[in-house]
Write a new protein. Structure first.
Length: 190
């Protein structure tokens, strides 16, 4: 009787091993061919700051985009947009404020001024810490904790572009007003 049980166990184990082997074969056949995250040019374009998107649309209309790259050059964020038809539309370089740049990164077409925001007092909010120019970001980092930033707005003060940074704890970290080069223009009262 003991031999029958032993034989039944061996047969059962062999059966299970065969099933496992067939299951592994099946998994290899149906393996997904996609191994990299899929990123569409439209998704890349949608993640650009609004000023950059507006400049690209103004210059190229609805031309199909092939790829978007983001680079920090000397503390300045530059976006390179490549198009499907490079003969008609060569790569376009745009600063984070929407200025269209030459390939040597000098300004070809300056960013438009949005005076409506200055008149109403509203800023071009929704900026992230990463959107700040390098020198301004360094000052903000030394002023208060980056994870405590409540909002970053961009405004024109006369002819000067300013970044207005407010923190969650306004008592401990009053609002900070900076120029693109990191110069503190005004600091809230402590």
């Amino acid at each position: 009787m003991r031999g029958v049980w032993l034989q039944a166990i061996v047969v059962g184990l062999a059966f299970c091993a065969g099933c496992a082997s067939r299951q592994n074969d099946h998994q290899q056949v149906s393996e997904n061919p996609y191994r990299q995250p899929l990123v569409s040019p439209g998704g890349q374009f949608g993640s650009l700051p609004p000023a950059v998107q507006n400049s690209v649309r103004a210059q190229t209309g609805s031309t199909e985009i092939e790829a978007v790259a983001k680079t920090n050059v000397a503390g300045r964020m530059v976006y390179e947009i490549r198009f499907q038809n490079p003969e008609l539309f060569p790569p376009m370089y745009v600063a984070q404020d929407g200025s269209v740049l030459n390939p040597d990164l000098s300004v070809a077409v300056g960013a438009p001024r949005d005076n409506s925001q200055v008149l109403t007092g509203a800023g071009a909010g929704g900026l992230k810490f990463e959107d700040l120019p390098g020198p301004a970001a360094s000052v903000v980092r030394s002023y208060g904790p980056v994870d405590q930033i409540a909002a970053i707005d961009r405004q024109m003060w006369g002819n000067q572009l300013t970044y207005n940074v407010s923190f969650k704890d306004e008592v401990r970290y009053p609002k900070l007003y900076l120029a693109s080069d990191g110069t503190v223009l005004k600091e809230g009262h402590k």
